[in-house]
Write a protein that binds this ligand. Structure first.
Ligand code: VG1
Ligand code: CO
Length: 544
């Protein structure tokens, strides 16, 4: 085994986005591309010598090759020990759990989340710190800075490490432990929720559920937890075998892409409860019988019912939501008399608040919910929380939502995504909106008047760091909001996201169709952005 120093040249496109570096597989397959980024991570960390690293990914194409490269580079960097998920698999929440449980220095997670996989699909890599959470901007900026002038990387020349046998091996001086990908995570879930009550619900004859793993990473986790530990009938988990190309699908748990599940849940014989997770297992969608729960409402319902789960019976320290997420949870926080924080999009902004004990629950409108049990959003955790609530309350999902809206009012909410827009057109649209922002306050639009409009910036209350340019937002006097943002996870062109929200206190109006209820605001958003004229699109690519 020899240590090689490989001369290389910087790539100019290695700036991490909302959640790590995501690119087409073919980009990652360029000679030195992955190696450069990994070396930049190691260079940005203070001292890797003797430290423990966690390594795993969502199982997509290129996962195994990347793991072999990273192991050899970790050995060259002097890491003492690497914990690798069996067959290279670790869901994002499981990786966070393992980092924390084993007090690792950090972890590398290989995933492009819900983006399609396979030879023509996407790949991704991100670094998580010792708290188990995505590296803060300060660190991702430091990694990016290193990519800009990298001249060499270090790698051990050695045979590939077998990833399919549990147990220990070595690579030079470095110890490698191939660990069960599910065990630590499943144990943790058992410690948080009332498994006895959920088991009674899931194994009985009156309750029927489906979980769609979308051929992605949560299959093994869901089989173990839902079917084995909780006694749900075999067949509860759909598409439960992870495939390198996710079966050719787009494992994004929403009404458009989780079509198998949606068809079942909206059929005449619909089960009582349905859920899905994404490529790397951190997102979730919750459905009742012919009923969709928006992620923002899901967060609010979990907050309002948190004490029903043993891990949360003492209540919540506080809650946090990303800026574009609806304000439904704010109302629950107010009723509970706890703090509610508003952060920029991306889970990395919740880390400091959780580490400081300020918040217990966090959520994003993009089907992400989680808590301080780890430092990532957690798909199956949200599903188990819902099952715990259903087991205790013995009501349907729809009944629980109607009661919730009756008590707090309803925040109607939708997101319109325009995908693969020409990048320069998207930039123009945002620039023009930026100019509008200064002039809108006080202006009337139909029956509404603008209370404020700005380009959202956030000062972290714990470390004082400032993040600017986090989305244009327009708030109306009646609490309605419109937000415009460019996606930071896409790999083709630009994706423009338009988020629209309105509050409705009148219970008689709570069962309206969302698009109908928000039609006037959607019209204002389209008019202000000029999206349709400028892109020639007549409708969004995806509506959630
Ligand atoms: C999207 C979501 C954001 C989420 C991010 C990572 O980012 O909007 O809420 O945190 O994906 O989720 P963007 O920049 O494309 O809007 V995941 O499950 O893709 O790791
Ligand atoms: Co994800």
């Amino acid at each position: 085994m020899t240590l090689r120093t490989v001369p290389t040249k910087p790539f100019d496109d290695q700036k991490p986005g909302t959640s790590g570096l995501r690119k087409k597989v073919s980009v990652f397959q360029q000679p030195h591309y992955l190696e450069n980024f990994v070396q930049a991570i190691f260079n940005a960390l203070e001292n890797c010598k003797g430290k423990t690293l966690v390594l795993g990914g969502d199982g997509r194409f290129y996962n195994r090759q990347a793991i072999q490269t990273i192991l050899k580079m970790a050995a060259a960097a002097g890491f003492g020990r690497v914990l690798v998920g069996h067959n290279g698999i670790l869901s994002t929440p499981a990786a966070s759990c393992v980092i924390r449980k084993h007090s690792a220095f950090g972890g590398i997670i290989l995933s492009a989340s819900h983006n399609p996989a396979g030879t023509d699909g996407d790949f991704g890599i991100k670094y998580n710190t010792t708290n188990g959470g995505p590296a803060a901007e300060k660190i991702t900026d430091a990694i990016y800075a290193r990519t800009r002038y990298l001249q060499r990387y270090y790698i051990l020349e050695a045979d590939d490490v077998p990833l399919d046998t549990l147990g220990q091996t070595r690579l030079g001086e470095m110890r490698i432990e191939i660990i069960d990908s599910v065990y630590d995570y499943a144990e943790m879930m058992e410690s948080l929720f009332n498994f006895a009550a959920i088991r009674q619900l899931c194994s009985g004859n009156t309750f029927n559920m489906r979980f769609d793993a979308m051929h992605a990473v949560t299959g093994p986790y869901a089989h173990e937890i839902l079917e084995k530990r909780l006694g749900a009938p075999v067949g509860t988990v759909m598409n439960g075998t992870p495939l390198e190309d996710f079966g050719g699908g787009h494992p994004d748990p929403n009404l458009t892409y989780a079509h198998d599940l949606v068809e079942t849940m909206f059929s005449a014989q619909a089960p009582d409860f349905g859920a899905a997770s994404d490529g790397d297992g951190d997102r979730n969608m919750i459905l009742g019988k012919r009923f969709f729960v928006t992620p923002s409402d899901s967060l609010a319902v979990i907050a309002a019912n948190a004490r029903l789960a043993p891990g949360y019976h003492r209540g919540l320290a506080g809650v946090a939501r990303s800026m574009p997420t609806s304000m439904a949870v704010d109302r629950v926080a107010q009723a509970l008399n706890i703090d509610c924080y508003e952060t920029p999009t991306g889970w990395k902004f919740f880390g400091n608040l959780m580490d400081a004990g300020r918040v217990t629950l966090c959520g994003e409108e993009s089907f992400g919910t989680g808590s301080s049990h780890i430092r990532e959003k957690d798909g199956l955790w949200a599903v188990l929380f819902w099952l715990n609530i259903l087991a205790v309350r013995q009501q349907s999902v729809e009944e629980i939502l109607l009661e919730h809206w009756g008590k707090y009012g309803r925040n109607f909410y939708t997101r319109h995504d325009y995908e693969n827009v020409d990048s320069s057109i998207a930039k123009d649209i945002m620039a023009q909106l930026h100019t509008h922002m200064a002039t809108l306050a006080g202006k009337p639009f139909g029956t509404r008047r603008v209370a404020y409009s700005d380009d959202f910036s956030y000062t972290d209350p714990i470390d004082g760091s400032v993040s600017t340019g986090q989305g244009m937002r327009i708030g109306f006097e009646d609490g309605a909001r419109i937000v415009f943002r460019l996606s930071g996870t896409g790999t083709e062109g630009a994706t423009l996201r338009i988020y629209v929200e309105a509050y409705e206190a009148d219970i008689a109006k709570h069962t309206q169709d969302t698009q109908h209820a928000l039609a006037d605001l959607i019209g204002i958003a389209n008019q202000l952005s000029g999206i349709r004229e400028k892109t020639g699109r007549t409708e969004p690519t995806v509506i959630t």
